[in-house]
Design a protein around this ligand. Structure first.
Ligand SMILES: Nc1ncnc2c1ncn2[C@@H]1O[C@H](COP(=O)(O)OP(=O)(O)OP(=O)(O)O)[C@@H](O)[C@H]1O
Ligand SMILES: [Mg+2]
Length: 327
């Protein structure tokens, strides 16, 4: 079974560095790893010191990386959506469907929806079957957007269930009416009559809803399974990242996504503390105790503030040493 790992946290704490180092560590151990950057402002390639893109790039034996092309992903999502709508509501040609579809581009939630679809596509393509990777690692955008993406299956499933019920009721009524009139059910729009389906089998909307329900159930089952999925919170030893992580963990618990580790990155470890840095070190200690108090269930891993930016495989190996306990 392919493992799925999400590295989450506030902007700039070290999600990409940790995700890259973890991926490298596992690849060196012989696991086949795919690391995927879902962040619209990619920096996975910068961290690996290699140019990455929408197509998988092999970084070394067992390690492949992708930086998802955001524009392409959103365009693809909208194109598919438009085709579906035109397919289903093609009989509404009298109305200018394009105008409505155009509104979709600017509607809220498009980014999250498109990202979730991308995650599903990647897990389907690289996490199932004989050629599946052992681990898929997601480097994510800062917390807010990521949480909305991860909650989408749960929220959408509640919605879809209701829409399915509504759709069934509509079909049932149509069927009753056509059984009374003895004719195929018709609706009238702008003076024209259109035959519309009365049974589940013929109804494209019911089919679409069921397909979505299956798809979201499929991904949600993986996202909430602790045997497959782990969300790893990354913070710095400062109050704000701790508080944000605390809220994120509460949220993830609500949607049943397993959170296992807390990486405290960029910890000052100094033999002698210069006077000027003393308040900073005190704040660090406070933040560390706050993290222990607020996030007691997570295994804490500390990574020191390194003397150089951890870029390239050699530096990443140094970070990786700290991550050996993450399965
Ligand atoms: N342990 C560390 N020691 C020193 N510098 C670090 C350490 N970890 C990360 N950095 C540096 O901190 C910066 C932010 O790291 P990174 O890009 O991994 O964070 P991020 O959470 O992915 O950021 P973003 O939210 O922008 O995607 C980078 O310049 C990185 O090289
Ligand atoms: Mg990043």
């Amino acid at each position: 079974m392919t493992l799925i790992r999400f590295f989450l946290g506030k902007g700039g704490v070290g999600k990409t560095t940790s995700a890259a180092a973890y991926s490298l560590y596992k690849a060196l151990q012989g696991k086949r790893v795919l690391v995927v950057s879902l962040d619209p402002a990619h920096n996975l390639g910068d961290v690996f010191d290699t140019e990455l893109g929408d197509e998988p790039v092999k970084l070394m034996d067992n390690l492949v990386a992708i930086e998802v092309d955001y524009d392409r992903m959103i365009k693809k999502h909208l194109k598919e959506l438009t085709e579906k709508i035109k397919d289903i509501y093609g009989y509404l040609k009298i109305f200018n469907l394009d105008k409505y579809v155009d509104v979709l581009k600017h509607s809220p939630g498009v980014e999250e929806q498109a990202s979730l679809e991308k995650i599903i596509e990647i897990v389907r393509k690289y996490g199932v079957g004989e050629k599946a990777f052992d681990i898929i690692v997601f480097d994510t955008p800062p917390t807010g957007l990521t949480l909305r993406i991860m909650a989408l299956p749960t929220i959408s499933l509640i919605w879809i269930e209701r829409l399915i019920k509504l759709r069934l009721a509509i079909l049932e009524r149509r069927k009753t009416i056509s059984s009374i009139t003895g004719e195929q059910f018709e609706i009238e729009i702008a003076g024209k009559k259109f035959k519309v389906p009365t049974s589940i089998k013929e109804d494209p909307i019911f089919k679409e809803l069921t397909k979505l329900k299956d798809e979201y159930n499929w991904i949600n089952k993986r996202l909430i399974d602790p045997r497959t999925t782990a969300a790893i919170m990354v913070i710095n030893p400062e109050t704000l990242p701790v508080l944000e992580a605390y809220r994120a963990v509460i949220f993830l618990k609500k949607i049943n996504v397993p959170v296992t580790h807390l990486i405290v990155n960029k910890v000052f470890e100094l033999d002698t503390i210069p006077e000027r840095l003393r308040p900073r070190i005190e704040e660090q200690e406070k933040a560390l105790s706050l993290a222990k108090e607020k996030l007691p269930g997570l295994e804490m891993i500390k990574i020191p503030y390194l003397e150089r930016e951890p870029r390239g495989l050699d530096m990443l190996k140094r970070v990786a040493e700290y991550l050996s306990s993450v399965p």
